[in-house]
Ligand binder design. Structure first.
Ligand SMILES: *[C@@H]1O[C@H](CO)[C@@H](O)[C@H](O)[C@H]1NC(C)=O
Ligand SMILES: *[C@@H]1O[C@H](CO)[C@@H](O)[C@H](O)[C@H]1NC(C)=O
Ligand SMILES: *[C@@H]1O[C@H](CO)[C@@H](O)[C@H](O)[C@H]1NC(C)=O
Ligand SMILES: *[C@@H]1O[C@H](CO)[C@@H](O)[C@H](O)[C@H]1NC(C)=O
Length: 494
């Protein structure tokens, strides 16, 4: 037995490293097909697969049967009887099972110190086994859930999950270039089962939200939402499933969840710039937005302009940009007239120092311009192409190249040529300059192709733009203010 435990411990200690390696290989941005939440209907999504959990639990519980007799936890029931939590359900009478279930839940509320690997090993193993038994009950729906049982489930989940995270070593906000090792909760073997129990509980088809909302209440939800800041990616993944399910099932809580998430994001953008779970929260919101009814409520539009658009500001945008773009596209697909609001927002938060961020903005911009309608395009084209001219003047050839790629998109090219009288005068001098002088062959070539296209479409306009550039040049040389002019032009890009 001791040899066995020793082996188990030795094996356990390698697990975090292995997991890290596995997680490092996983794509960070998982975009699974999400359910959508239509307003006014309940959503039942497919149940999570339980095979692996149940199997693990069975193996462990048979191994740990030896340990049972050592447990001393005994809980009195309401009428004075006691039921030992380690009894098996099959060994007690039907009428006693709900009591035994609660007794097991109470046992699981004890928290053990996992920072010390040698402490309370017998108790830890027993709790692990009992958590598995609780999960089995929920999976098989073999016991009817009474209100005291619901209350005990929520209390047990809260006791285990609602905890302080350890302080971070480094104080700097996470950014694209920093690859800090995340913290992995040493108590995960318990925590994971608790999440699985919570997920099962809120997914039960027999669970009446009208009753359960007394236990899954607003304080419970707030504490659950706070956990999204966990550094442990496995935990955030579990939370995502749980919150999805709660949002789908508890319609009464939907406005509260939306408001609370807005508050979290708001604090992140304008105060702390530190939060580990923005990507996960946005993934949930992608589904939430696609369920919004038309016409969009004012509250929902405010979420776009006050929460989603400012999310472009933080340095760590790269951690959640993919999910953010997805949410924004969902809004535009619901309501194309929001396009100009979004593009003006992008222009407002356009990054000037980080070329990495500029590239992200450009890829989002291209995705949006592919969807833009002509009337919305006309509303934003002047400030938009002023910004693009600045990008064409950038020191970073990748930024210039990415900006020129916009011309390769047929829809965008069509919009540009239809509005060439406005757009060409804005970008012409930068294009002409690059077509003659740019040191990078690829950029040079791309620029020449764009100019060639303008030539083919409207030679007259190109000639008049050329004339204007010459005029400006001689005027500035004459007054010998060349540098001042360049300075002014540059400043308009900052
Ligand atoms: C939502 O689900 C509950 C119970 O699961 C049910 O009583 C209710 O009628 C459902 N509401 C709708 C709109 O389907
Ligand atoms: C979950 O487990 C139960 C009982 O073991 C089984 O009947 C059910 O089919 C399982 N569901 C899935 C999705 O694996
Ligand atoms: C020019 O740009 C292309 C495309 O970004 C890049 O692959 C290439 O390395 C650049 N050339 C030089 C000399 O840096
Ligand atoms: C420049 O572009 C032309 C036409 O698009 C292409 O045929 C040519 O190979 C390119 N040259 C370089 C050096 O990239």
């Amino acid at each position: 037995m001791f040899l066995f435990l020793g082996l188990l411990l030795a094996a356990n200690s390698t697990i975090p490293t292995m997991l890290k390696q596995i997680l490092a290989k996983l794509p960070r941005k998982s975009s699974k097909s999400n359910p959508t939440y239509s307003e006014g209907t309940n959503v039942t999504t497919n149940a999570p697969n339980n095979g692996s959990f149940t199997n693990t639990c069975n193996v462990i519980s048979s191994r740990l049967n030896v340990v049972k007799k050592m447990s001393s936890s005994i809980f009195p029931t309401s009428n004075g009887e006691v039921i030992q939590p380690h009894l098996q359900f099959k060994d007690v009478q039907n009428s006693e099972r709900p009591k035994l279930f609660i007794s097991k839940l109470n046992l699981c509320s004890t928290i053990y110190d996992f920072d010390d690997q040698d402490k309370d090993n017998v108790e830890k193993d027993l709790k692990h086994q009992v958590l598995g038994e609780v999960l089995d009950v929920l999976v098989s729906e073999s016991i009817k859930l009474t209100e005291p049982a619901m209350s005990a489930i929520c209390k047990m989940c809260g006791d285990n999950l609602f905890r302080e995270f350890p302080p971070k070593y480094s104080d700097s906000p996470r950014s694209e270039t920093e690859y800090d090792d995340p913290w992995f909760d040493p108590a995960w073997s318990h925590i994971q089962l608790v999440y699985e129990i919570l997920l099962r509980f809120v997914s039960l088809s027999s669970l009446d939200p009208k009753i359960a909302k007394q236990y899954i209440d607003q304080p419970f939800l707030l504490k659950l939402l706070n956990l999204f800041d966990s550094e442990d990616p496995r935990e955030r993944e579990c939370l995502k499933s749980v919150l999805h399910r709660i949002y789908g099932k508890f319609m009464v809580h939907r406005p509260f969840i939306r408001m609370s998430v807005s508050n979290i994001i708001f604090r992140f953008v304008f105060e702390t710039e530190k939060h580990n779970g923005i990507a996960e929260l946005l993934e949930i919101f992608g589904s939430v937005i696609s369920g919004f009814a038309l016409p969009l409520k004012k509250e929902h539009k405010m979420f776009l302009s006050r929460v989603l658009i400012p999310l472009h500001k933080p340095k760590s945008l790269g951690n959640y940009h993919h999910q953010l773009t997805y949410c924004i596209v969902q809004f535009i697909e619901k309501e194309p007239k929001l396009m100009s609001v979004v593009i003006n927002g992008l222009l407002k938060y356009w990054p000037v120092t980080s070329s990495q961020k500029q590239l992200m903005f450009l890829s989002e911009l291209e995705e949006l311009l592919e969807l833009i309608r002509a009337d919305e395009f006309e509303k934003v084209m002047v400030p938009l192409f002023r910004r693009i001219r600045c990008l064409l003047d950038s020191y970073h050839f990748q930024v210039v190249e990415r900006a020129l790629f916009l011309w390769n998109n047929e829809h965008i090219q069509h919009l540009i040529t239809s509005n060439r009288q406005v757009i060409m005068p804005i970008v012409f001098s930068s294009l002409q300059h690059n077509s003659k002088n740019h040191w990078n062959r690829t950029v040079l070539n791309l620029t020449q192709n764009v100019l060639k296209m303008f030539h083919e479409v409207d030679e007259q306009l190109v000639i008049s733009c050329q004339g204007k550039v010459e005029e400006d040049k001689s005027a500035t040389t004459a007054v010998a203010e060349g540098q001042a002019m360049t300075w002014t032009a540059l400043k308009s890009c900052w």
